[in-house]
Design a protein around this ligand. Structure first.
Ligand SMILES: Cc1cc2nc3c(=O)[nH]c(=O)nc-3n(C[C@H](O)[C@H](O)[C@H](O)COP(=O)(O)O)c2cc1C
Length: 363
């Protein structure tokens, strides 16, 4: 029996400690690490502290409702599970455990191209679950297309294109701790599926990247031609790119710096929210991820205009600490925190969490 299913835990930070105690140093470095000196990893968490809530008591609330919709699908909570590679490093069942827990909770989960389980196995583990497929473009477009076909056949209802990783960010902590995560466990979607390239080659005074790292906006049209799945673009941080993604047919965008694992020093998704929401209006749904660790963080993101909020590392901590039951409990704990915060803030529904709920912390 996994520890936490019996012991229970109170907060996400309890889970972090439990996971740390279970995992080897290299795997811990894989989960926690960011790029460079990890300033963006820290900023993601700190960004939420820059906002205060403006509670409205005496709102006569006897129950709160966390249900909302993402791209027209009803979900039980605005919190969804981010795509994260190689989940079998954390628990032998890997993404299958995550899928069952998310489905039982009625929450959306996004699965990585680099999942340890195949996308078909993930779908079979929780046929009723709401699932989206995250695509890392493959060196050959036909290989990306094959993955998309498989996702369509297996009931994935949106395609999430990650655009902030044409090459991997410099994962210094992983390198220091001695794990280059080069297929540490097999990639469930097949031996032919490859992660983003690593280092550039220095030649004649230039740093040259692998040819497939050279991607531009035309890829969105190319993808729209081969699938009718709604397209979500993950990893933009500016109003310009959010608007461009919408113009090119993206139905939603995820404001994300990849959990601080790509461009160290990049701004946070939360800080990007106000300008992006202003720029895209209602035509493109906007989600945000990075640094969400408490229920009140979810309220801040929603108040600033996010339609949904992605949860990353805490899911991996939960998986390591307690497998499927751990992830289930994590979602319960976080949703309960969101509910209590809503009650205390005087907001009965997700729709009532509006911009007037937050104010920038005094400098
Ligand atoms: C171990 C790990 C693996 C990840 N793998 C992927 C991936 O395969 N595809 C992707 O789009 N994002 C990936 N991400 C980024 C997450 O989807 C998400 O943007 C980020 O973790 C959110 O920040 P948080 O961990 O602070 O919640 C990964 C993140 C972590 C921590």
């Amino acid at each position: 029996m996994d520890d936490l299913t019996t012991a229970g835990f109170q907060t996400l930070s309890d889970l972090e400690s439990a996971a740390r105690a279970k995992l080897t140093d290299p795997i811990w470095a894989y989960v926690q690490g960011g790029s460079g000196n990890e300033s963006t990893v820290r900023d993601n968490v700190d960004a939420f502290r820059q906002w205060h809530l403006r509670p409205r008591p005496l709102a006569g609330i006897d129950a709160v409702d966390l249900r909302t919709s993402v791209l027209g699908e009803t979900v039980s909570s605005p919190v969804y599970v981010c795509p994260m590679a190689y989940q079998a490093l954390l628990h032998p069942e890997g993404e299958a455990a995550t899928a069952r827990a998310a489905a039982a909770a009625g929450q959306l989960a996004v699965y990585s191209t680099l999942s340890s389980r195949s996308l078909e196995e993930i779908a079979a583990a929780a046929p009723q679950g709401r699932r989206w497929f995250q695509l890392y473009l493959q060196p050959e477009f036909s290989a990306s297309e094959q993955l998309i076909r498989r996702a369509e056949r297996s009931g994935y209802s949106a395609l999430v294109l990650t655009v902030d990783a044409p090459v991997l960010g410099p994962r210094d902590r992983q390198t220091h701790d001695g794990v280059a995560i080069r297929s540490p466990v097999p990639i469930g979607n097949g031996p032919g599926v490859v992660p983003p390239a690593r280092a550039p080659a220095f030649q004649d005074g230039r740093y040259a990247f692998p040819p497939d790292a050279c991607v531009d906006w035309t890829v969105l049209e190319r993808l729209s031609r081969v699938t009718s799945l709604p397209l979500v673009v993950k990893g933009v941080l500016t109003a310009e790119d959010a608007a461009k993604a919408g113009d090119l047919g993206a139905r939603a965008i995820v404001l994300s710096n990849h959990g601080g694992r790509q461009l160290d020093g990049a701004m946070t998704g939360l800080d990007a929210l106000p300008e992006v929401v202003r720029a895209v209006g209602a035509r493109t749904e906007v989600y945000v991820d990075g640094g969400v660790r408490r229920g009140r963080d979810v309220l801040v993101a929603l108040a600033l205009g996010a339609k949904a909020v992605g949860l990353g590392r805490p899911v991996l901590w939960a998986l390591a600490a307690g497998g499927e039951a751990g992830v289930h409990r994590l979602l319960d704990v976080l949703n309960a925190e969101v509910a209590v915060s809503m009650m205390l803030a005087g907001r009965r529904t997700v729709a009532e969490i509006d911009r007037s709920l937050v104010v920038r912390r005094p400098a």
